[in-house]
Design a protein around this ligand. Structure first.
Ligand code: FAD
Length: 461
């Protein structure tokens, strides 16, 4: 609990209604969406303007108090769990203004706490398109997306959040305002500090504003669901589609366990006896869409698809896509603990990775549901377990170690989109090098000499 003088300082600065010091309030911000031990912060503050955000950072720096900035808290790597009981959590949830949507120059300017889906909907109203669409888009914030470089169901063709960041304004550890990038398509004024902020997980600065690229929406699209008797055929079909040089905007995978669990909950009419399904969408010019859809159908049939279903209208498509977005929340209801992983491999290695995940789950006698952005090589094997069962949880940890080893052997990576936080910090050196860890720590110490910005996250400081 913060001392009363500090509470009073923040109450005077932000108003009592934006300072949360009770035990219950602080507990609310002690955890996020990762399966990690909660840490109750000393205080939670909610600045209601960007100027106040900067003043909060400065006040915390002057007092040597560690700070964790938090958007919606949906990250899956522990990035918003306070570092220790002295930490002050700084919320961006009151900074939700869309400052500009420029339909001629194709950009939007937003405050950090704007919800991803709100921006996408506002932009769509002006007949433009903001493609990044993480499964959490109805609650996740733009700054959280930038700080994690969030991907989504459209990542394969349209890329991730980093591909839409034109400029960022942020407060450094001392509260000084830093600006990088601009509203122009090109800008090489100074270091690419905006790029540095992408996937920085709240460790290098506090994002206060972003300029985001918008694109014209596709003129046409075609969605389909391909049904397979087994996971391997679906995995081979994914590799086959990419090898045929078609880049769908969506190429998502669900295994049987996920299909059944999701269908139980959503009643979406998924094929419950399928070994796996792929949700595929191609978009672009109508002629290109027709041609690419034909190639996709050929590839999936050549890989033993047992059925191909084309949604009859937009509502039916939405139902299927929503069912996919429900995969994680639905699996999370099944057992007390859900450990969702993010191992990512080159697309051609998807069949090998899929096989490894199932072999590993069988070896350690664990229940796994796997879904994910198969077209990106980004799988989310989700272990359903109970952390209170020490033996079972130990087996989960061993399984995850083996899964990461396999991903790295296949030239993959620890995390395609969920970040390192504290959840994956111990594996970072294995994928990179000792030099990488030391370089990153030197960078952090230079930018944050008092070690106050999310100090235990990523490589530590
Ligand atoms: C059901 C579900 C589905 C998901 N689906 C996807 C998916 O498809 N793709 C994907 O990539 N992720 C997904 N995620 C993970 C998560 O939603 C993303 O990482 C998202 O970007 C986090 O946004 P947030 O606003 O919740 O950020 P938070 O969790 O609040 O914060 C995330 C990180 O960003 C930092 N941060 C927040 N605001 C700022 C700021 N203003 N300045 C600097 N740093 C800041 C925090 O300190 C923290 O380290 C999913 C999560 C859930 C629970």
């Amino acid at each position: 609990m913060a001392d009363q003088a500090l509470v009073k300082t923040f109450e005077d600065m932000l108003g009592k209604e934006n300072v949360f010091s009770s035990e219950a309030d602080r507990q609310t911000y002690s955890y996020d969406s990762a399966v990690l031990t909660p840490v109750v912060p000393a205080l939670v503050v909610r600045p209601t303007s960007v100027e106040r955000l900067g003043q909060c950072v400065q006040k915390l720096y002057d007092n040597g108090i560690p700070m964790t900035v938090r958007g919606a808290g949906t990250n899956l790597s522990g990035g918003t769990i306070p570092d220790n009981s002295d930490t002050v959590v700084v919320l961006t949830t009151a900074l939700t203004r869309i400052l500009e949507i420029n339909v001629n120059d194709l950009y939007a300017v937003v405050e950090p706490g704007v919800i991803t889906a709100t921006l996408a909907a506002e932009v769509a109203r002006k007949n433009l398109f903001y493609p990044p669409d993480p499964g959490s888009q109805s609650v996740s914030t733009i700054a959280g997306n930038i700080a994690e470089n969030a991907g989504g169901l459209r990542g394969l063709k349209y890329g991730c959040t980093k591909d839409y960041v034109m400029g960022i304004e942020f407060f450094d550890a001392t509260g000084a305002l830093v600006k990088s990038g601009s509203r122009t398509v090109k800008c090489v004024t100074g270091y690419n500090l905006a790029g540095l902020m992408v996937q920085s997980e709240g460790t290098l600065g506090i994002i206060s504003q972003a300029v985001l690229k918008l694109v014209p929406p596709p003129k046409a699209s075609k969605a389909l669901m391909a049904v397979f008797a087994n996971v391997q055929d679906a995995a081979e079909a994914v590799a086959g589609i990419i090898a045929a040089h078609v880049v769908p905007c969506t190429l998502e995978f669900l295994d049987n366990n996920t299909i059944v669990r999701v269908d139980d909950f959503t009643k979406a009419g998924l094929p419950r006896d399928a070994g796996a399904i792929l949700l595929i969408e191609v978009d672009g010019h109508p002629a290109q869409v027709a041609e690419e859809a034909e190639v996709v159908e050929k590839v999936i049939k050549a890989n033993n698809a047992t059925d191909v279903k084309v949604p009859k209208d937009a509502a039916e498509k939405l139902k299927l896509w929503e069912a996919r977005r429900m995969a994680l929340p639905v699996l999370a209801r099944c057992r007390p603990t859900t450990v969702l992983e993010d191992a990512t491999v080159p697309r051609s290695q998807i069949p090998a990775m899929m096989k490894a995940v199932n072999d590993i789950a069988a070896k350690y006698r664990l229940e796994v549901g796997t879904f994910g952005h198969a077209g990106d090589g980004n799988l989310h094997p989700t272990f359903l377990c109970d952390k209170r069962d020490a033996d079972e949880f130990h087996r989960v940890e061993e399984a995850i170690d083996e899964m990461f080893d396999t991903a790295l052997k296949l030239q993959g990576t620890l995390s395609g989109e969920h970040g390192i936080g504290t959840a994956k910090a111990k594996w970072m050196e294995k994928e990179t090098s000792r030099g990488t860890i030391l370089f990153s720590q030197r960078l952090r110490r230079a930018l944050d000499p008092r070690g106050l910005l999310n100090p235990t996250k990523l490589v530590g400081i």
